[in-house]
Design a protein around this ligand. Structure first.
Ligand SMILES: [Zn+2]
Length: 205
């Protein structure tokens, strides 16, 4: 980052792609005005951007929410794709995991209900864990896997089932408005990058 800044002679902001998407949506999109929100992308890889108390969460590095460790569904014989953990969220629910488990790409499995029910089972498990720890006010699910139109209702239902009534909030009561798709026409990442630039610029002034 220092190298870029020295060469370009302008303020430089830097973050992960999924944090960029979380920031873009929180600045101009569907999580605007919320102090606590998340953006999770489920595609070739899985990542999570977390906004807490109005700022992106970094901590010692950045959160690696795609590698949340999950319990396997009793009927799932697939060993998991992640080279580090096997059965983390990315290992069980990424696009490559779907392809390795079923022998076909997600796009070719559109009509197979069991594929998407299992997928929703894992995504929901991760969301329940995020909800318990981070208490987000809204969760955005993006990425290629979520382009499957039937996914969102399955995920919402499964989150409700797995939460089992333990948490009762007005947000969860209106789950269609709580777990949502991105709102910025796939420009959320670049818009987040613009916001990072604005932040850096204002810091230097
Ligand atoms: Zn992993």
């Amino acid at each position: 980052m220092g190298v870029l800044k020295d060469a370009l002679k302008v303020p430089v902001g830097f973050d992960t792609d999924v944090n960029g998407s979380a920031l873009g949506e929180a600045t101009w999109g569907i999580t605007k005005g919320l102090e606590n929100s998340m953006y999770i992308t489920i595609g070739t890889g899985v990542g999570a951007g977390i906004i807490t108390n109005g700022t992106l969460l970094h901590g010692m590095l950045h959160p690696e929410g795609g590698h949340l460790l999950l319990s396997k569904h009793p009927d799932d014989g697939y060993e998991g794709k992640c080279p580090y953990h096997k059965t983390c969220l990315e290992g069980l629910a990424s696009g490559p995991a779907i392809e390795a488990r079923w022998g076909k790409k997600g796009a070719e499995l559109e009509d197979q209900k069991e594929v998407w029910e299992l997928e929703a089972y894992y995504i929901a498990q991760a969301l329940v864990d995020y909800i318990m720890v981070l208490s987000p006010q809204r969760i955005i699910l993006g990425g290629g896997v979520m382009h499957q139109e039937h996914m969102m209702p399955l995920v919402r239902e499964e989150v409700k089932r797995q939460l089992a009534g333990y948490i009762k909030t007005k947000e969860l009561e209106d789950i269609e408005d709580y777990i949502v798709l991105p709102s910025l026409n796939d420009n959320q990442g670049i818009m987040g990058a613009l916001k990072l630039a604005v932040n850096e610029y204002q810091l230097e002034k």
